[in-house]
Design a protein around this ligand. Structure first.
Ligand code: FAD
Length: 328
């Protein structure tokens, strides 16, 4: 089958490899208008079925040799026993311990958290560096590049925060950001911290024991991709300081994500020849390839997992974005 994927981020790139493996002729279009960060968090410390999507994503990274680097994590704050049990089911080792360098009791996890070098995945996919346009004709779409028709049997809309600008899907784009900080302890560059009491996360920067880490709080500001958004990084740094002690702001960087009414991912069939994958919110590296595998099953075998179908938002007129998914 001839398949054209519109958007070559984490979703589009994962789909490319999965569909190629099944013997299909796949093209990916992407004008590269989004900044790609070298590494992102991949964590299995999620809630509900997302844990299994994260496990599937990890299997994808292993199969397609996408580099990952594992680190221990400390989760501070109340977490339901059933959630911890689901982390254990996917092979994470979890112990409750007092962590002296954080002066806090937390859930210390091994095997659950890593950095995944997503830029390497995205850069390895051959893309046509063009912006696609979509026009609906009855129950189908025509896709064009520079007014020239792009022929395919199936199209996949995978443009993240641009999705709702190209087709009327019930999602919003938002800006989210994180800050690089210098601290006094090299352990911060070798440990993930999810602090639900103070309301921030900290992740290794390079993971080689420098005194640098990246902190964020998953806050969202609804905005169109590409617009200028002013944020105050000191809000999250002040929260992190309460736990981590002295921190010095180095720089803050952000990009746009696609949010859904329940802040969980979505996929589905929009028209006879158009499919959708998105709503990856702030955790596309964690669940993106897992959702891509659901979409492959839908396109090729007609299977569906109702929990993640986009049509669960039908009838919702407007919505406010909630907290990013790492909030347990
Ligand atoms: C600061 C920050 C930190 C983050 N940290 C993490 C993290 O640690 N872990 C994690 O899992 N997630 C993280 N995320 C979220 C993650 O980046 C997203 O979930 C993920 O990028 C979504 O992937 P996607 O493929 O759906 O969309 P995108 O990555 O946004 O890709 C969409 C692509 O579509 C292309 N496009 C746009 N318009 C067109 C068009 N007309 N035609 C063709 N192509 C088009 C764009 O160029 C872009 O490459 C973070 C996000 C931000 C902003």
């Amino acid at each position: 089958m001839k398949i054209a994927i519109i958007g070559g981020g984490i979703a589009g790139s994962s789909l490319y490899y999965m569909l190629k493996k099944r013997g299909h002729e796949v093209k990916v279009l992407d004008p590269r208008i989004r900044r790609i960060f070298p590494s992102l968090i991949h964590s299995m410390l999620l809630k509900g079925k997302d844990v299994y999507l994260a496990k599937k994503s990890l299997e994808f990274y292993r199969e397609f040799n996408v580099a990952t680097k594992e680190f221990p994590s400390v989760t501070i704050g109340r977490v339901d026993d059933s959630v911890v049990e689901s982390w254990r089911e996917v092979g994470v080792e979890v112990k409750e311990e007092y962590v002296p360098w954080l002066s806090a009791k937390g859930l210390v996890a091994r095997g659950g958290d890593r950095l995944v070098y997503v830029k390497r995945l995205i850069d390895s996919v051959p893309v046509i560096r063009e912006r696609a346009s979509i026009a609906q004709r009855g129950n189908k779409v025509d896709v064009t590049i520079n007014d020239k028709s792009l022929e395919a049997e199936v199209y996949v809309l995978a443009t993240g925060p641009w999705n709702h600008l190209l087709f009327p899907v019930n999602t919003k784009s938002y800006y989210c950001w994180a800050s690089l900080v210098l601290n006094e302890n090299s352990l911060f560059d070798q440990t993930f911290v999810y602090d639900y009491e103070k309301g921030f996360y900290s992740r290794p920067f390079l993971g080689v024991g420098m005194r640098l880490s990246i902190v964020g709080d998953g806050k969202t500001v609804v905005a169109s991709p590409g617009t200028k958004v002013k944020v105050n990084p000191l809000e999250v740094i002040d929260k992190a300081k309460e736990r981590l002690g002295k921190l010095y702001h180095v720089y803050t960087s952000g990009e746009f994500c696609e949010g859904t009414p329940d802040m969980r991912p979505a996929y589905g069939r929009l028209l006879d020849n158009l499919y959708y994958i998105g709503g990856l919110n702030g955790y596309g590296a964690e669940v993106g390839p897992g959702v891509a595998s659901l979409l492959v099953e839908m396109i090729l075998e007609g299977k569906e997992d109702r929990e993640y179908l986009l049509d669960r938002f039908n009838g919702i007129k407007d919505f406010d974005l909630g907290k990013e998914p790492h909030e347990l």
